[in-house]
Design a protein around this ligand. Structure first.
Ligand SMILES: Nc1ncnc2c1ncn2[C@@H]1O[C@H](COP(=O)(O)OP(=O)(O)OP(=O)(O)O)[C@@H](O)[C@H]1O
Length: 253
């Protein structure tokens, strides 16, 4: 369970990224965060694993404060949170196998990680994870030989071998075509349902948010302006979040 308690973030230049956020994300939920560019989606998502430090309030996971965690505690917290981003963050010249294996690094001391001393179990887990995103046949391919959608699925596999309970996905489909976006979202949904992982995804597409998320949280200027089941995201609420322009844009598509 992820709990935001009166959380605010003011960037050093004075920009308010988040304003007094109170939220509870339960285990196994699939949550989409929507809102205009600059609304605070990335700030919210990246504050969960303290990639962005908050300036007020507290964020806790299963009762442990992320905000107050020591370096060592933070390492353990981060091991339990997979992060998927728009740019996939793969080592492009490395094989798919090596990229996925790197998800195991959080379990090892620096020494072992430098020398890549992985166990048979690590290799088996890598295969399983790649199979679950339909990419086992790419095990030995170089990552930059894969399409964008395949690379994103490799990054999902890396999060899976990490055996994290929570997966944060920051615009995971922003650079993918509509069909590939659907496939990646389906993979995330499958992981959510079959492995009971908590998924929090920042997404610009309201349509995909509605289709895949159980719960939608909308931000506007750093504040939560909608937090409800996807089915309750009516046109009226959408207009409050995005303004009238959203309907004009949808009509153009
Ligand atoms: N490092 C930073 N320094 C100063 N201001 C920042 C910084 N990062 C983000 N901001 C500001 O904080 C606000 C929230 O930004 P954030 O990136 O969280 O929005 P977002 O909803 O994820 O936007 P997008 O959809 O464009 O990614 C914006 O006004 C942004 O300009």
């Amino acid at each position: 369970m992820i709990v935001f308690n009166n959380v605010s973030k003011v960037y050093p230049n004075g920009t308010k990224g988040l304003q007094n956020i109170n939220l509870t994300i339960n285990d196994g939920e699939f949550v989409a965060i929507i809102g205009l560019s600059g609304a605070g989606k990335s700030t919210l998502l990246r504050s969960i694993n303290r990639l962005i430090p908050i300036t007020e309030g507290d964020i806790s996971i299963d009762g442990t404060s992320v905000t107050k965690a020591s370096k060592k505690e933070l390492r353990t917290i981060r091991r339990n949170i997979g992060l998927i981003s728009q740019t996939f963050n793969l080592v492009k010249r490395s094989t798919v196998q090596k990229n996925v294996l790197s998800g195991r690094l959080g379990y090892y001391s620096t020494f072992r990680s430098i020398f890549g001393l992985f166990t048979k179990e690590d290799y088996d887990k890598t295969k399983q994870a790649l199979a679950s995103v339909g990419l086992l046949d790419k095990l030995r391919s170089r990552s930059d030989e894969l399409s964008g959608g395949q690379q994103q699925r490799v990054s999902i596999a890396r999060a899976l071998v990490q055996q994290a309970d929570t997966i944060l996905a920051d615009e995971p489909v922003a650079s993918l075509d509509p069909i590939t976006s659907q496939k990646v979202m389906q993979d995330l949904k499958k992981i959510n349902k079959t492995m009971n992982k908590t998924i929090v995804v920042n997404i610009h597409s309201v349509q995909l948010a509605r289709e895949f998320a159980d719960r939608i949280i909308a931000l506007k200027k750093g504040e939560v302006v909608f937090d409800d089941s996807s089915v309750n995201l009516t046109d009226e609420r959408l207009e409050q979040i995005y303004g009238k322009a959203i309907f004009e844009e949808e009509a153009e598509v």
